[in-house]
Design a protein around this ligand. Structure first.
Ligand code: SAM
Ligand code: SF4
Length: 464
C-alpha cells in the first residue's frame, strides 16, 4: 500500500455539501431518517440534511431514531474504561492543551515503571479491566521504548482477582515500524484525534513541534492499519472549528479507511474543549458547541456509522453523559484523572491536561448507569478471541454481536459486583441483571446464565 498524503480530506466538497443541504425541508429530513432506520448508515449529503434540523418536533424525531438504532445494534450495554496518563512531557505547542511545551505553570512528570504499576494496582482495586494509555508527545530518555515498557508493565500487574485485560493507546502518530512494535505489544485500539480537519484552523492552533504537520497526523491510521493494527479510533476536538464541517471531514476519513483497508474505525471520540491551565483558547472556544448541537453530533454519528463505537469521556458532566447514552454512546470512561500519578496520589490541577466535568468514582458511575437500565460492561472478549477489525465488523453488521456482547457484558458486570462493588451498587446491579435477563432472547439468556454461574463459582475472565 502506497503511503497516503492526506488528500482524502476534500474541503471544497464539504463546503458544497453543507451549502446544498441548506434548502432541505422536513420531508427531506424524514427521508433521511427512514434511510437511517434501515441500519445501512448515511452519506455525507444525508448527514448535512440532519445537521440543519432545529424544529423541536423534527429534533425529537432525529433523537428517537438514533435511540432506536442504538438499541437495535448495541442493546443496553455500556463499556467502561479508565485513561492512564503516564506522562505530561510534550514538545508540541497545541494552544488548547495544558501539556503544551511553553506552559510553564505545569508540573512536569513522566511516571517510572514502578509508579505505573502502582497506578494500575489502584485502578484494578477499583474494578477496571480496560485502560487507555495517554501521553504527551515527548518521552523520557528511552524514547518510544518508554511507551512499549509502559504497556508491558500494565499487562504484567496482577492484583487480587483482577488485572487489566486490554490496553488501548492514545499517543502521538508513529512510524510504520513503531506501529509494528505497538501491535506486537498486543494493544487493543490505537486512538488518535485529528483535533480539526480544517487545514487553516489546524495551522492556527498547532504552533510548534511535530504536530504542526497535518498530513503526518491524518495519515497515522493508514500506517497503523498497514502495520496490522486493525482497531483504530478517530476523533475531533469540538470547539476549534464548525462542528458541521468536522463531521463531514470525519466521514471522508472513514470512507478513505474503508476503501483502503476494507474496514473503518472501531471507535469515534467526541471530546469538547474544556478549560485547561495556561490556555485562553480552551476557556473561550472559537466555535463552542452547545449542548443541543452536541447531542445532535452523537445522534448523527450513530445514524451515519451505526456499527462504530462512540466514546464519551469524563470531560462531560454526568447529565450530558446520561443524555447521550441513549442517543448512541457505547463506551464511557469513569473515575478519570488526567494528571500522571492521579490515581494512587491526589488529583493535581497543576499537572492535569484539562478540567473534568464528571468527578464521580467508578462505583458511583456503575450504580448510576445500572439504575438507568444500562449494563455496565467490562468485557474484553472480542479482542481476546481475535474478533477485531473486519472480523468484528462482519459480526457486528447483522446485529450478531449482541449474542456475544450481552452474555459477556453481564458476566463481567457480575465479576465487578462480586469483587469490587459497594453493597448499594451490588443491590442496584443485581436488579439490573435480573431485568436484563428478562428482556433477552432465549439463546443469549441461556449463555448469560451459564457464564454467570461460572463467575459465581469463582471463575474469572470467562467469555464467549
Ligand atoms: N499527545 C497526543 C496527541 O496530542 O495526540 C496524545 C494525548 S493528548 C493528551 C489526547 C487528546 O486530548 C488530544 O488529542 C486532544 O484532543 C485532547 N485535549 C487536549 N486539550 C484538551 C482540552 N483543553 N479539552 C479537551 N480535550 C483536550
Ligand atoms: Fe502535547 Fe497532545 Fe497536549 Fe498537543 S494535545 S500539547 S501533543 S499532549
Amino acid at each position: 500500500m502506497a503511503p497516503h498524503d492526506g488528500l482524502f480530506i476534500d474541503e471544497s466538497s464539504i463546503v458544497h455539501t453543507l451549502e446544498h443541504a441548506r434548502a432541505a425541508d422536513a420531508a427531506a429530513v424524514r427521508d433521511v431518517l427512514a434511510k437511517a432506520r434501515q441500519l445501512g448508515g448515511l452519506e455525507a449529503a444525508d448527514m448535512a440534511v440532519l445537521m440543519n434540523v432545529s424544529d423541536p418536533g423534527l429534533l425529537a424525531e432525529l433523537f428517537s431514531t438514533a435511540e432506536r438504532v442504538k438499541d437495535t445494534i448495541y442493546g443496553r450495554r455500556l463499556v467502561l474504561f479508565a485513561p492512564l496518563y503516564v506522562s505530561n512531557l510534550c514538545a508540541n505547542e497545541c494552544t488548547y492543551c495544558a501539556f503544551r511545551a511553553r506552559n510553564t505553570s505545569l508540573v512536569r512528570r513522566a511516571l517510572s515503571q514502578e509508579e505505573i504499576a502502582r497506578e494500575i494496582r489502584t485502578l484494578i482495586d477499583q474494578g477496571h479491566k480496560r485502560v487507555l494509555l495517554v501521553a504527551g508527545e515527548s518521552y523520557p530518555k528511552q524514547g518510544f521504548q518508554y511507551v512499549l515498557d509502559c504497556i508491558d508493565t500494565i499487562y504484567g500487574v496482577k492484583n487480587g482477582p483482577g488485572e487489566v485485560r486490554r490496553v488501548n493507546a492514545n499517543v502521538a502518530p508513529l512510524t510504520l515500524d513503531e506501529f509494528r512494535e505497538l501491535k506486537a505489544r498486543k494493544i487493543g485500539t490505537y486512538q488518535l484525534f485529528q483535533e480539526t480537519y480544517h487545514h487553516q484552523t489546524y495551522a492556527a492552533v498547532h504552533l510548534g513541534g511535530k504536530k504542526r504537520d497535518y498530513a503526518w497526523r491524518v495519515t497515522a491510521m493508514d500506517r497503523a492499519m498497514e502495520a496490522g493494527i486493525d482497531d483504530v479510533g478517530i476523533g475531533v476536538l469540538f470547539g476549534l472549528f464548525d462542528w458541521r464541517f468536522e463531521l463531514l471531514a470525519l466521514m471522508q476519513h472513514i470512507r478513505h479507511l474503508e476503501a483502503a483497508f476494507g474496514v473503518g474505525p472501531h471507535t469515534i471520540s467526541v471530546p469538547r474543549l474544556e478549560p485547561a491551565t495556561g490556555s485562553d483558547l480552551a476557556s473561550h472556544p472559537p466555535h463552542a458547541v452547545g449542548d443541543v448541537d452536541f447531542r445532535k453530533i452523537v445522534a448523527i454519528l450513530r445514524l451515519a456509522v451505526p456499527y462504530t463505537g462512540i466514546i464519551m469521556s469524563t470531560r462531560e458532566s454526568a447529565n450530558i453523559r446520561r443524555e447521550t447514552f441513549a442517543l448512541g454512546v457505547s463506551q464511557i470512561s469513569a473515575g478519570s484523572r488526567t494528571n500522571p500519578g492521579g490515581y494512587a496520589e491526589d488529583e493535581r490541577l497543576d499537572a492535569s491536561q484539562f478540567c473534568l466535568g464528571d468527578h464521580r468514582s467508578l462505583d458511583e458511575v456503575v450504580r448510576d448507569v445500572a439504575s438507568l437500565g444500562y449494563i455496565p460492561s467490562f468485557c474484553t472478549g472480542c479482542y481476546r478471541l481475535g474478533r477485531t477489525g473486519a472480523d468484528f465488523m462482519d459480526l457486528a453488521k447483522p446485529g450478531d454481536i449482541k449474542q456475544h456482547c450481552d452474555p459477556n457484558g453481564l458476566s463481567t458486570f457480575l465479576e465487578y459486583l462480586l469483587d469490587y462493588a459497594t453493597p448499594e451498587t451490588r443491590q442496584v446491579g443485581d436488579r439490573c441483571i435480573a431485568q436484563a435477563l428478562e428482556g433477552m432472547d432465549e439463546w443469549p439468556r441461556a449463555r448469560s446464565r451459564q457464564l454467570m454461574e461460572r463467575v459465581r463459582a469463582g471463575e474469572r475472565d470467562v467469555y464467549c
